[in-house]
Design a protein around this ligand. Structure first.
Ligand code: GAP
Length: 440
């Protein structure tokens, strides 16, 4: 299965090995024309649900390289100085003495795992040592007081961020699953220090996050929570749960929900003043930390279907890299091509990105679009020239429907703006939202 996915990903332009012409580079990957669309769609949907659809969450974009003191205070430098062993099966790390309590028994040699990637800054010797961030989180914490002072947030509130993180993984593998450079989408949600209340908020975020993956089509029975045992917890976590997907290589974490308590803000010496009560305290943090690359990989795996020779990527329309493909029935009939080009021009403004294909026969074009997950194919044929109708063919049912060009706007708007399935946003007035575009 993983071979099928990685070969489709390469052949159709989702994911390529990084620096492939020089033999690749272990733990690094490049996203091609379709891969970047898939990833952007995941990030866009996440941002919508975490920031735009809420009143208690704001966004940020912080630096990849930070003052190295941050990593001392965050505990990352210290946490990586004890020798650890890594389980070759699940890749979790333990102190030697904790090996006994683990279910697998295939270990690496004890080593100091400094996961932080070092970089040297400056043009004169000695250069200054800094680090590429090992989690995107710390920039949110170091800016906590800036955000409180410059925006109108009040506890409880959250800060959302999407960005690259880097880890010196010693065993990268399973395609993009364990990489050295990857993207995270994280929420840090700041709450009052209260055991019962923060537990409730933690449980609530668990539900919201697993529901989000399901709402984008991930198979519910392939998703589960896995609580961290005490020995598995990250150094900052009071308690933690993973969202796991049943991948071809076993149940695997792709999002962590962590109760970080006051660990980070306290270590950075930061606090919060409630303007109404004048109460000063260090908030606790509930974190949801998802991997964009792991989500992209699991959405691809989950969407992959075979029907005889045919491969169908049943991606949710919101995630599909290409929303619609437009074909002239025959490429050697100028009238058909002209009309189809006109329609293509309209649709690519209304619901981008739209594909054009006039190669081979219609069957092969459907085959090609199914394989990359395009939900709908529109064909301009001879009847179109007479009555201004086209056929729309649905990827999942292979059913065709004849629709008047004048009604296409409505047809796609209904599909795309359905809050449970489309891509557009009926309230945005954005021409790319798929609403109200004119097909004349
Ligand atoms: N701020 C908390 C944090 O970073 P984590 O559980 O270490 O928590 C969160 O990482 C998510 O980041 C993981 O669930 C995974 O999706 C992604 N991730 C972590 N290491 C990764 C790697 N080496 N390759 C790809 N994604 C990774």
């Amino acid at each position: 299965m993983m071979e099928k996915i990685s070969s489709l990903a390469k052949r159709r332009g989702f994911i390529y090995p990084d620096s492939e012409i020089y033999g690749g580079y272990q733990g690094f990957w490049d996203y091609g024309p379709l891969g970047v669309e898939l990833k952007n769609n995941i990030k866009r949907q996440w941002w919508k649900s975490m920031v735009y659809n809420r009143e208690d969450i704001v966004g940020m974009d912080t630096s990849i390289i930070m003052n190295p003191v941050v990593w001392e205070k965050s505990g990352h430098l210290k946490a990586f100085t004890d020798p650890m062993v890594e389980c070759r099966e699940c890749h979790k790390r333990f102190k030697e003495e904790d090996k006994k309590s683990h279910e697998h028994d295939d270990w690496t040699e004890p080593k100091i795992f400094n996961l932080l990637t070092e970089v040297l800054l400056g043009t004169t010797e000695p250069k200054e040592k800094a680090y590429l961030r090992g989690e995107i989180t710390q920039g949110v914490f170091t800016n906590f007081e800036n955000v409180v002072a410059s925006s109108r947030v009040k506890i409880p509130f959250g800060i959302a961020q999407i960005g690259k993180a880097f880890r010196n993984e010693i065993t990268p593998g399973n395609f993009t699953f364990r990489s050295r450079e990857f993207e995270q989408m994280e929420l840090e949600y700041f709450v009052k220090p209260d055991e019962a209340e923060s537990k409730k908020i933690f449980e609530n975020w668990k539900e919201q996050r697993i529901n989000w993956y399901e709402s984008l089509g991930m198979t519910a029975k392939k998703l589960r929570f896995q609580d961290h045992k005490d020995k598995e917890k990250a150094h900052y976590a009071k308690y933690a749960t993973d969202i796991q997907y049943e991948a071809p290589f076993g149940w695997s974490e792709f999002e962590g929900i962590h109760h970080r308590g006051d660990f980070d803000l306290k270590n950075h010496g930061l606090s919060y003043l409630d303007q109404e009560t004048q109460e000063k305290y260090i908030p606790w943090v509930i974190e949801t930390s998802g991997g964009v690359d792991r989500a992209a990989l699991f959405f691809l795996i989950d969407a992959y279907y075979e029907d005889g020779e045919r491969v169908i990527l049943k991606l949710h329309p919101k995630l599909a890299p290409i929303k619609v493909a437009v074909f002239p029935l025959l490429s050697n009939k100028p009238d058909l091509v002209k009309k189809a080009k006109w329609l293509f021009g309209k649709l690519k403004i209304a619901i981008p990105p739209v594909a054009w294909d006039d190669r081979g026969n219609i069957g092969k074009r459907y085959f090609s679009q199914d394989e990359i997950g395009t939900p709908w194919c529109v064909t301009v044929d001879f009847q179109t020239l007479e009555d201004e109708t086209v056929t729309i063919r649905d990827r999942d049912t292979a059913k065709q429907e004849r629709v008047e060009i004048d009604k296409l706007s409505e047809w796609f708007s209904a599909k795309l703006n359905d809050p449970t399935s489309g891509v557009g946003d009926p309230t945005s007035g954005d021409p790319t939202s798929g609403v109200g575009f004119i097909l004349k």
